[in-house]
Design a protein around this ligand. Structure first.
Ligand code: AQP
Length: 337
């Protein structure tokens, strides 16, 4: 594999859920074996929506615990909290000067999040520029993203191109980051419609205890045409079956498919099996999370070391940015000129 640097982040807007795990974390864990990886709890992103400042520290900590529980290894990758590296916001301002407003307004996530809002905070519009800064600050070459983030990544590439053209004589000071797509696509939430999302309340938490997993999964929407237990089901239309694909191995999966179609198995039993599968899959991660929660000083140490390393990388990038933008040489202006 060519020399590459991977960057990705996750917002501490709530508990990490199945979508975050299947769409991102699972892939991050694999990538740390193949490339230099930097992963961040992106708290500056999380403050673009309404939040409780008293709760944010706990959410940041919990997200870091979820990273570690999922299998990120501080000896194999760098983990840090975004706001511990102030250069993220400095580079955001710089990139603001080349990012096209028209493109920002076209972003699907922006349209979704601002629908019905009377007063739109500029932070929601500029969110993708902060994301571009996150990536370009480390001159990352690859970014693992879910389908939902592809549009933002394309904007990061556009911003890198524009800045390089304007300030770097077309030389690729910032590499154009490439997406690394996982195989999960977009995981739908328990409502069976929208993307599983922390802010939509349609999630199953990755670290939920088995009983809590069941309490969530039992509310999941199934095939809307299957009204009675005796109605034949359509697994291809059912989000519970879609989730089974990740948690139920063959030949069990084929059996559920068959029995759903012949009404041999009811939705409640099908959900019960899914909940058991989820709880089983995440059992080792719940254990790891409990170990880290019992040693918060170790989590702090990991994030502190990560931030120190990232600050050094960020300073170097910003030095290059400042030089190319004429932001450093004013001290050299001669007398009388
Ligand atoms: N439902 C999903 N299916 C596949 N991938 C998903 N990801 C999130 N939800 C799904 C992936 O998780 C990574 C981190 O996401 P994030 O927390 O930074 O932001 P998000 O995508 O906006 O996640 P949420 O849960 O939807 O958060 P809120 O509700 O706060 O906006 C990304 O790589 C994303 O693709």
């Amino acid at each position: 594999m060519q020399q590459r640097r991977v960057f990705s982040g996750m917002q501490p807007t709530g508990e990490a859920h199945l979508g975050n795990y299947l769409g991102a974390l699972r892939q991050w864990v694999a990538l740390q074996e193949q490339a230099e990886c930097i992963f961040s709890v992106v708290d500056y992103h999380a403050i673009t929506v309404e939040y409780d400042p008293a709760e944010l520290p706990r959410r940041v900590f919990d997200m870091a615990v979820s990273f570690l529980a999922a299998g990120l290894d501080p000896d194999r990758c760098t983990m840090f909290v975004q706001s511990d590296v102030p250069e993220h916001t400095e580079l955001t301002w710089v990139l603001n000067t080349v990012a096209p407003v028209g493109e920002l307004e076209r972003m699907t996530q922006y349209k979704d999040k601002t629908e019905g809002m009377e007063s739109i905070p500029a932070g929601l519009l500029n969110y993708p520029i902060l994301m571009a800064a996150d990536i370009l600050l480390y001159r990352a070459t690859h970014v693992p993203v879910g389908e939902d983030q592809l549009q933002h990544l394309e904007l990061s590439r556009e911003v890198a191109r524009r800045w390089n053209r304007q300030y770097s004589g077309g030389e690729p000071f910032f590499p154009e980051p490439q997406p690394v797509m996982g195989d999960a696509g977009r995981i739908r939430g328990l409502d069976g419609q929208a993307k599983m999302s922390k802010s939509r309340g349609n999630t199953v938490g990755m670290l939920d205890e088995p009983e809590a997993v069941w309490q969530r999964v039992r509310t999941a929407v199934t095939d809307p045409q299957r009204v009675r237990r005796s109605d034949p089901g359509r697994p291809e239309e059912c989000n519970v079956f879609a989730l089974h694909r990740y948690f139920t191995p063959e030949p069990e999966l084929a059996r559920i498919d068959r029995e759903c179609r012949s009404a041999g198995i009811g939705c409640v039993d099908c959900k019960r099996m899914l909940a058991e599968g989820i709880a089983r899959e995440f059992a080792p991660m719940r254990e790891r999370a409990a170990e880290y929660r019992a040693r918060p000083e170790r989590v702090r140490e990991i994030l502190g070391d990560g931030a120190a390393r990232c600050r050094a990388l960020a300073r170097e990038t910003m030095q290059g940015v400042r030089e190319r933008m004429g932001l450093t040489a004013w001290t050299e202006v001669p007398a009388g000129g």
